[in-house]
Design a protein around this ligand. Sequence first.
Ligand code: CP
Length: 306
Amino acid sequence: MKLKSRHLLGLKGMDRNEIEFIFDTALNFREVLERPIKKVPTLQGKTIVNLFFESSTRTRISFELAERRLSADVVNFSVSGSSVAKGETLKDTARNIEAMKIDMVVIRHSSPGAAMFLSRVLKSSIINAGDGTHEHPTQALLDMFTIKEKFGKIDGLKVCIVGDILHSRVALSNIFGLKTMGANVAVCGPRTLIPRDLEKLGVKVYYDINQAIRNSDVLNVLRIQLERQDRVFFPSIREYHLYFGITKERIEKNNREIIIMHPGPINRDVEISADVADGSQSLILQQVLNGVAVRMAVLYLLGTQN
Ligand code: CP
C-alpha cells in the first residue's frame, strides 16, 4: 500500500485505510523507540529541511528526533538569523533551499495554506507542521494513535475537543481525522470561540463543560490562543477557568473514567488544572512520545514511496 499523496498537507480527504496504514507503521517505530539504540537506516541519504516560521517546542523537536532516528540528514531553519528578516519571501526562501538538493520540507507557518503553497512551487515532499488556524495533521494523527493505543479502537468513542476551537488547527485536523475513524466528535467552549456552522461537519456542540464531561470518553483540551486573538472573546482568564477549566472537582463529580489529552503547550490552571494535567487519567506525555513514532511513520512513508 502507498499513501495517495506525496505530501501531508492536512487530514481533510485522507481516507481510513491511509490513517490505519500510518498507525500500523508507527506501531513498528514505537518498538524502535524502546530499543537501546533508537536508530534505523531507513532514510539514509535523504535530506530534510525543517522550516519553522513560528515558535514550537514539541513539533519541532519531535520532527527533528524522528528524522535523525531514521538517519536522514537534517537542516533546521528559523526566521531569526535568516534572510526572511531582510525581506525575502517564503517562495524565494524555499526555492533557494531546494536548489541545494533536498528531499523533504517540514513547514510551520502562521498563514493558512502555506504548506499547500510550497507543494505547488517545490518538487520536494511537503509536510504541514501547522499552518495558521488551518490544520496540524501530525498532531491529530498522534492524538488518534494515542486514543487507539489506550482503548484499542477509535470507532464509537465519544471524543470532545474543549476550548478555543475558533483559532485551533489542532481542532480542525482532529475533527477531520476522528470523523473518518468513526468517533462521535463534540466540541465545548464559549460561544465566541466556537465557529458558526461547525455542526455541518457532523460535530456536536456543548456550551456547558459539565455536560461535555458527562458525555465523553476522551477530552482533548486546547490552549486559549491569545496570540491569534485580535479582539476579546471572553471577559477574563479567571472567568474562562471558572466556566470551562478542566478541574479535579469536575472530573471526580463525573464518577466514570475519562481520559484527558492536551496537544501542548499547557497553560496550567487556565484551561486545565495542574493536578488534572499531571493526574493518572492524563495521556499528555504519552502523546508526546507517540508523536515521534507517528512522525517517523509519516516521514518514512512519504520519503520512500516515490
Ligand atoms: N502541539 C504543538 O504543536 O506544540 P508546539 O507548538 O510546541 O510545537
